[in-house]
Design a protein around this ligand. Sequence first.
Ligand code: HEC
Length: 480
Amino acid sequence: MVVSFPFIPVPEESWSLLVFFGRFHPLLLHFPIVLVLLTLTFEGLSIYQKWRGNQHSKLFDFSVLIGPLLLISAVTTLITVVGGFLLFQSGEYGGQLIKQHLWGGVLLMIALNSAAFFYWWPNRQVKKMIQAPYQGFLFLAGALVIITSHLGGTITHGQDFLTEHMPSLRPDKPSPVELKEPAELVVFEDLIMPIMEDKCQSCHNQFKTKGGLVLTSYTSLMKGGDSEKLLVVANDPLQSELFHRLILPLEDDERMPPSEKPQLEPFEIDLFEWWIQTGGEEKMVVGNEPSDTLTAILDQYLPNLYQSERLKMRQQNELEALTKELTSLGEDIGLVIEQDQEYQGFFTVSMQMPPALITNNSIEKLRSYAPLFSKISLPGADIDDDALFTVGKMTNLRDLYLPKTRVTGEGLTYLKDLGLLENINLSNSELSNTGILNLVHLPEVKTVYVWGAETDSVMLQSLRNHLPETKILEEEGDYF
Ligand code: HEC
């Protein structure tokens, strides 16, 4: 069972609850780390005492602690690995690192179970022979704990977590693109990459590898994705999956970026086409005599690029200051406020784990930063419709998850100016028949979850007729 573990299918319908448990993974994982290392330490001390041979003058018999510790280690590791696996299956994370981390966890569980198996071997006669495999597996488990938790740390804190605060030699490194003469610009690095950074990498990066594709370097681009099609076929844009995806009709499922996301400008698409047409090489530069096609593209592209590079530099500094400010505001009121990984420059608000008491007042405190929030997720918060008044000021809000709150829907009218709002989750809230009617003020919203609400099906049906573009689902929906 243990070996086949990562491949157990999970039924779709119990999803959000399982993901909810999965979310505890970052909290739980501290137990096995401490326990395994503690078991190992006691085992080490016990070996040391035996080695000294002085059985009678033992200060303490460590072996009485090892059995129980081994058992709790094995159990907490199992729970942690299951939680991590659920997070993995939720699809919010992906990529090589995550897989290695998951396998690390699974192997750790196997090593621990094997150690326990030999430890409790019933036959006393062979106990001496069992000692070696038991200790071997225990030490292996110790090594795996260290490797796995390091990988996990890298995932949550990023590659350069340990080194990011090292003083930089050139603190105000100017943007490379701006310093270069147009003739020196490297087509891929300086022109194609910034477009992908802006419009592709939110879904195609090391951690979120949609379609198995990473678009953060030339090498990863060339490696391609799940379809195993060639992304770049030199001199043949139409055969190149990369270009092909950009020119599919907007409503095509395979169109990139997907239709609901910011699209490429026509001249940006032209640039991809031109680059592949001329060979799609990594090091190609613009050169002194760019062709007319390229000149025409650059005339439109460069002003944009320079401006956005300058803006990015300025924004980066401001964003760092804002992040600090908002993180500490969040800590004050018991919420987690973080940068939105998907929408650069915006912030997400979610519950702490374990949750703090969140009231209408807590939400009111977010008011002076209202336009900065893209996602609010407050499952189980002690808030009602008054909180929606503050939410109504969050003009860039896209996702609003308020399951298990006291919201009845009366306050939904406050949200009528939120033009970007896409998803609302009010499952298991106190949503009422009159409250839900206010959805007619929000025709732009795409999905509303109303599972467990006190609304009747006639009302839901007439709302659905009234709002053909909105999916009103009697499902629990995502909580985060
Ligand atoms: C909102 C998320 C999102 C964004 C943004 C996005 N993609 Fe994708 N991409 C996906 C998903 C999901 C898939 C997998 C489904 C599919 O193949 O259509 C995918 C698959 C692909 C594939 C196919 C990989 C393979 O071999 O199967 C290519 C190529 C691709 N994307 C290119 C791009 C490019 C280029 C951009 C930016 C211009 C981009 N994507 C932006 C979500 C995104």
